[in-house]
Design a protein around this ligand. Structure first.
Ligand code: NAD
Ligand code: ZN
Ligand code: ZN
Length: 341
């Protein structure tokens, strides 16, 4: 094993990442060392880098929470994972295991959680540490490149769709057809839903059509709320992945009576709710944050079955600042996956 590794490091919010040599981390008890084969680039990494959110990332930071690879060292006490296993290191790096949230299958709400590429170092590097109790296993039939974006984008929208409580044969609107949204369209179809895709770019909507959306709407050019009510009488559920505040109020307005909106996109700030609309129409509005370990198993299985396929382009770690600029400008189609091999 080499003693140093290449990594992309953030030293100050809003600054470009620096490609540096860092020591290869050493496994402690309960931990794994993973040789990173691929890592997806999530819009959350941009929020981390820009210091967008009230709780900020720990600096200096190696971002990246869609890392997958091979276990090359196993710490003391680990019994569930072996050297050579193919794993992914999700956003939920670890949780306490003993609180009311951990006990009730809501480990994603644990107050003591650590987050990969945010509070602890992530996978924009040749090697990454992981907690053996929180890694995802990669099915043999999935390549590392195909699997990486499931670690965050896939599991997040799969969970978010469950949170809309839309049933087979009902309608869901997916607002925002980026890395998360293009997978959401496919998970929704696999779950038997009818899908409306909304974005502000025709390229993204073309991708939505190609992966199965029943109806597409360009919200920059058309009155998306009016079209959803005219054509399908409003949707039973809406999943907002858009990085735009205006998409949230629009999402509430697209709901049919008794419908549920799940908030997943995380642009900083607030949005206005019309009290009369929400109350009289008995609408439900709830947040949704990534997914549990079981959600990850389920979302990974649907990808392994071929029901969900990531649309991606690969880049090298050295190109990370260009990738981040393209993502910020809305120029990324599907996902960019860093190929680390
Ligand atoms: P992305 O940049 O790949 O996609 C965002 C999409 O939103 C783009 O296609 C863009 O064109 C579209 N968009 C922008 N404005 C819009 C509007 N007004 N209406 C409709 N669409 C619009 O980003 P991503 O990686 O898919 O991440 C999306 C968001 O989800 C980010 O804010 C990210 O931090 C957040 N996220 C949340 C969770 C969670 O657990 N809640 C997990 C992962 C990511
Ligand atoms: Zn993410
Ligand atoms: Zn806990």
């Amino acid at each position: 094993m080499p003693s140093t590794m290449k990594a992309a490091v953030l030293h100050a919010y809003g600054q470009p990442l620096q490609i540096e040599q860092l020591p290869v981390p050493v496994v402690g008890p309960g931990q794994l060392l993973v040789k990173v084969a691929a890592c997806g680039v999530c819009h959350t990494d941009l929020h981390a880098i820009d210091g967008d959110w009230p709780v900020k990332a720990t600096l200096p930071l190696v971002p990246g929470h869609e890392g997958v690879g091979t276990v090359v060292a196993v710490g003391a006490g680990v019994t569930n994972i072996r050297e050579g296993d193919r794993v992914g290191v999700p956003w939920l790096y670890s949780a306490c295991g003993h609180c009311e949230y951990c006990y009730t299958g809501w480990e994603t709400l644990c107050h003591s959680q650590q987050n990969t590429g945010y509070s602890v170092q992530g996978s924009y590097a040749d090697y990454v540490l992981a907690d053996a109790n929180y890694v995802g296993k990669i099915p043999d039939s999935l390549s590392f490149l195909d699997a990486a974006p499931i670690l965050c984008a896939g599991v997040t929208v799969y969970k978010g769709l469950k949170e809309t409580e839309v049933r087979p044969g009902e309608w869901v609107v997916i607002s925002g057809i980026g890395g998360l949204g293009h997978l959401a369209v496919q998970y929704a179809k696999a779950m038997g839903m009818h899908v409306v895709a909304v974005d502000i770019s025709d390229d993204k909507l073309q991708l939505a059509k190609a992966v199965g959306a029943d109806l597409v709407i360009n919200a920059a050019e058309e009155d998306a709320v009016a079209i959803v009510h005219d054509q399908i009488d409003g949707a039973q559920g809406v999943l907002v992945t858009a990085v735009s505040r205006s998409a949230f109020a629009q999402g509430v307005a697209m709901l049919r009576r008794h419908g549920t909106l799940a908030l997943v996109g995380l642009p900083p700030g607030d949005f206005d709710l019309n009290i009369f609309d929400v109350t009289l129409n008995r609408k439900t509005i709830r947040g949704s944050i990534v997914g549990t370990r079981q959600d990850l198993v389920e979302s990974m299985a649907l990808a392994a079955e071929g029901k969900v396929k990531v649309h991606y382009h690969t880049e090298r770690l050295e190109a990370i600042n260009k990738v981040l600029n393209d993502l910020k400008a809305g120029r990324v189609d599907g996902r960019i996956v860093l190929d680390m091999q």
